[in-house]
Write a protein that binds this ligand. Sequence first.
Ligand SMILES: Nc1ccn([C@@H]2O[C@H](COP(=O)(O)OP(=O)(O)OP(=O)(O)O)[C@@H](O)[C@H]2O)c(=O)n1
Ligand SMILES: C[C@](O)(CO)[C@H](O)COP(=O)(O)O
Length: 235
Amino acid sequence: MTAQLNPRGDVAVLVPAAGAGVRLGPGGPKALRLLGGEPLLVHAVRRVAEAPSVATIVVAAPAADVDHVRRLLAPVAPVTVVPGGADRQQSVAAALAAVPPGPQIVLVHDAARALTPATLVELVAARVRAGHDAVIPVLPVTDTIKEVSADDVVLGTVDRSVLRAVQTPQGFRRSVLVAAHAAALDPLTDDAGLVEKSGGTVTCVPGSELALKITRPFDLMLAEHLLSGGVRFDP
Ligand SMILES: Nc1ccn([C@@H]2O[C@H](COP(=O)(O)OP(=O)(O)OP(=O)(O)O)[C@@H](O)[C@H]2O)c(=O)n1
Ligand SMILES: C[C@](O)(CO)[C@H](O)COP(=O)(O)O
């Protein structure tokens, strides 16, 4: 039987958590690295579980850690844990295959975005519920962006007004996400990219600074400060 959160919810959230965390440096799989004394994955799942629309959470864990992750998350929320794949897309596909019948909205959320507020989960889900096939949270780009050659010579300055930095959770009508993954040829860095490739429309909503992706050591230090500094997570 699949673990259920809110039986009246219409949202399944997939949490790919099987990455190595190479850019964070040595210390084990990134989702299991500690932030404020708890694994990143625990933070991420706890916040997702606070979102009232969420009926089901499926985590893709490092294959060697599936049992450990089940035990870790048991006191946090009812979750289904499956082994992840060789890249993020394969981990998402494995989690998607484990979603039980029922939820018609599927969100895909990085464990690495551990401080993402439940309000962002609800916002993305609400936009899908309102009729959009694919919805992504985005932030404006604040640096000047240059295109450069392999030998570090500037080729030009990109018009940043049309650029957005993309976060998760990314939300989809379930059938749209299933079709996009079924049609996938090459691995892409996000699921919305698969929908774009299939000719679908992807809609943006405002993201959250708190949904930063913990990728490098500086990101982890920043997240520690945010957590210990008493930042309000659901403004
Ligand atoms: N084979 C993989 C690779 C990544 N992910 C997950 O996808 C999310 C976003 O990936 P990223 O932040 O790039 O994590 P890593 O792949 O672990 O990082 P790195 O590239 O530095 O190794 C993370 O929650 C990560 O655990 C996954 O489930 N399976
Ligand atoms: C899905 C994602 O977090 C959206 O920004 C991002 O594309 C993951 O990329 P990564 O290179 O696997 O960190």
